[in-house]
Unconditional design. Structure first.
Length: 313
């Protein structure tokens, strides 16, 4: 019965997002065009060598090429939206039945839902990542997670955090040392990400430059508060949810230096939210209260706008 209810809710959620209007949605024209031009983009990168192909999300381009060969542009976009939203919602709900209500709320949070409505490439990568994250076998886990940076390049950093966490666990590093290392590595990576992207020929080399203007500090303050609450949960919690903490630390450490911080965080925010739901006692009450208040404020502002705030400017 639980699986049927979860399946039904996930199908409804995915169908509603996939049926959104094609016109007027932010970035929608680019994704409609992607279904037509992906083979040409692959060919262009191939002309620059295999390194350029691998650095510019070849799996995403291949999926669009295959779907574009079989379906009209609008159908391609709706398939990608439906698949991403369904996989993420179903896996979250079926694997966390105790937090069913909170996960339903999380699925409509602006920072989560926009990955299925606007950032379709990132939403698809998140869905594939979740397939790996919740896989029972290591081979499946490695396969699906290994695909993600070739769908959305932000997952190169997510995988780096995963590998760093695996190595530190093997070395039995103390939680305090682990957190300090996460912060130092994150800050270094934030300052070097533009040079690395240019070196490997990734298109993000032109879009991840160090930020010149002052970024809004609201998100920084909110997620800093969440980080403090998570750390107060104790050493055992830090050890168990070190990947989520690593993602959050990367976001905060690079927040004022590069716009890629937000994109990486959006790719891993579900792991952070799952960690929040795993808190206990007064920390859970505080974390959920802060989380709910912040997102209700965002929802009131965004969802009162045309096309629920997802309209192209």
């Amino acid at each position: 019965m639980k699986k049927l209810v979860t399946l039904f809710i996930s199908l409804i959620y995915a169908a509603l997002l996939a049926s959104a209007p094609m016109e007027g949605v932010m970035d929608r024209d680019n994704y409609l065009e992607m279904a037509r031009v992906s083979p040409l983009i692959i060919a262009r990168h191939a002309g620059n060598g295999m390194q350029s192909v691998l650095a510019n999300e070849p799996v995403w381009l291949a999926i669009n090429s295959a779907l574009g060969f079989l379906f009209e542009d609008e159908v391609v976009v709706r398939i990608i939206v439906f698949f991403s939203a369904f996989i993420v919602s179903y896996l979250l709900l079926i694997n966390n039945p105790k937090n069913f209500f909170w996960l339903l709320l999380i699925l409509v949070f602006p920072q989560v839902m926009k990955n299925f409505v606007i950032h379709l490439r990132q939403g698809l990568a998140i869905a594939v990542f979740m397939l790996g994250w919740f896989s029972s076998g290591n081979k499946k886990r490695v396969f699906f997670i290994g695909l993600t940076p070739f769908i959305h390049s932000s997952f190169f950093i997510i995988i780096a955090i995963l590998l760093g966490n695996w190595l530190l666990k093997k070395l039995r590093a103390a939680p305090d040392f682990k957190l300090l290392l996460y912060f130092t590595a994150s800050l270094s990576l934030a300052l070097l990400v533009t040079q690395v992207a240019a070196l490997i020929g990734a298109r993000q080399a032109k879009t991840t430059a160090v930020m010149e203007g002052a970024a809004s500090g609201v998100g920084f303050l909110f997620w800093s508060a969440i980080l403090v609450i998570l750390l107060l949960q104790g050493r055992q919690f830090i050890h168990k949810y070190s990947v989520a903490l690593g993602i959050l630390i990367f976001y905060l450490a690079s927040y004022f230096f590069t716009p890629i911080a937000g994109r990486v965080f959006e790719s891993g925010v579900l792991l952070v939210l799952l960690a929040v739901l795993a808190t206990t006692g007064w920390r859970r009450i505080m974390a959920l209260t802060v989380l709910l208040a912040f997102n209700i404020a965002l929802m009131l502002v965004q969802y009162s706008q045309p096309l629920m705030g997802f309209a192209a400017s």
